[in-house]
Write a protein of this length. Structure first.
Length: 295
C-alpha cells in the first residue's frame, strides 16, 4: 500500500524478480492506508490481511459514489506545490479548507471569492476553473474504514470493515496472533494521530483494540475492562517479543510518549482439529514494526 492511494500487488517470479499483478475485489478500495499484517484468519490454507486505515471518526467521509479528492499542482507558479482537498456535502463537492486558509495558499483566491458567504456556497466545479486543473495530480479515496481482506484464491479478495470500535481512530500498529489459544487468529491494533493540522484536530479517540477472531473471518472487540489492553497516546509501532520462559511481551511505541509494555502468560500450544491454517513467518508487520523471530 502507498499511503493515500491504492493497494499495489507484486507477483514473485520464482524468487528471481517481481512484477506488478492485478487482483479482483480491490477495485475502488483506494484509501488513506497506514499498515498491513497477514494471517490465515478463516483457516482455509491461504493468507488473509488486516489493513489499517484512517477510520470513520472524521469529518472526511468517503464512498465509491462520493470520494474524497485531492488535486495537486503549483497553481500560482510560485514554485510551491499546492494541494486542494474536496469532499461531498449533500451530494455536491466543495473545497474543505476555509477561505482564509485557501487565500494564504493561493492569494488569487481573494479576488475570486470576495466574501465568506460566496466562498461557502460555491461548489468545487465553479470554484476552480477546469483550465487551472490541467496537468494537476488527482488522487481519490473511496473508503476510510480499517478492514479485513479475505483471500478468496485465484487472485481474488473480499474486503469488509473491522468492528466499529476499530474505526474510532487511525490504525497503525497491528499484531496477528492466537491470543486466547482457541485455534483462531486474533488481532491487536493501536493508533491515533496527534500530528494533524489545526483545522482537522487530533485523531485521539483510540485506546487500542483486542479483536477476537472466530476462525471464519469475523471479529469481535473485547472491552478494555476485560482485556487490560489500554493505549491512549499517539501510538504507532506494535511488536511482540517472546521471552525464554514462553511469556509474551507486547511493546507499543508512541510519538513523544513512553514505550508501553503489556505482558501475557505463556502461550500454550493449540491443536487445530479437522482444520488447517497457513502460517507465514514475518520479520516486519503492521506499521514500522519488526517482530522477534518466530519459531
Amino acid at each position: 500500500m502507498d499511503g493515500f492511494n491504492r493497494f499495489t500487488i507484486y507477483k514473485n517470479n520464482a524468487g528471481k524478480s517481481f512484477s506488478l499483478a492485478t487482483a479482483k475485489g480491490l477495485e475502488k478500495s483506494d484509501g488513506w492506508w497506514n499498515s498491513i499484517a497477514g494471517g490465515d484468519f478463516d483457516n482455509d490454507g491461504d493468507t488473509d490481511y488486516i489493513l489499517g486505515n484512517l477510520g470513520l471518526n472524521s469529518k472526511l467521509k468517503a464512498s465509491v459514489n462520493q470520494p474524497v479528492t485531492v488535486y495537486g499542482k503549483d497553481f500560482d507558479d510560485n514554485g510551491v506545490f499546492d494541494p486542494l482537498l474536496m469532499v461531498y456535502n449533500n451530494g455536491k463537492e466543495y473545497l474543505v479548507h476555509p477561505r482564509g486558509a485557501l487565500i494564504d495558499q493561493l492569494i488569487a483566491m481573494r479576488k475570486r471569492f470576495k466574501s465568506f458567504k460566496e466562498y461557502g456556497e460555491t461548489v468545487f466545479e465553479n470554484a476552480i476553473p477546469e483550465t487551472d486543473l490541467k496537468g494537476a495530480i488527482k488522487m481519490q479515496a473511496y473508503c476510510f474504514e480499517s478492514s479485513y481482506l479475505e483471500n478468496k484464491g485465484s487472485g481474488s479478495f473480499l474486503r469488509k470493515a473491522l468492528p466499529i470500535q476499530a474505526q474510532f481512530s487511525p490504525v497503525y500498529g497491528v499484531i496477528v496472533k492466537d491470543l486466547n489459544q482457541d485455534g483462531n487468529l486474533d488481532v491487536l491494533c493501536v493508533g491515533n494521530d496527534y500530528g494533524t493540522e489545526v483545522l482537522t484536530g487530533r485523531y485521539d479517540a483510540g485506546i487500542g483494540n483486542y479483536l477476537v477472531g472466530d476462525g471464519k473471518g469475523n471479529f469481535q472487540n473485547v472491552s478494555v475492562t476485560k482485556s487490560n489492553f489500554f493505549v491512549k497516546g499517539d501510538a504507532r509501532a506494535l511488536v511482540n517479543i517472546t521471552l525464554k520462559n514462553g511469556d509474551n511481551l507486547y511493546l507499543v511505541s508512541q510519538i513523544n510518549g513512553k514505550l508501553q509494555t503489556f505482558k501475557q502468560r505463556k502461550n500454550m500450544a493449540t491443536i487445530l482439529k479437522d482444520r488447517k491454517r497457513k502460517e507465514e513467518i514475518y520479520i516486519g508487520s503492521g506499521y514500522l514494526s519488526q517482530l522477534s523471530q518466530s519459531k
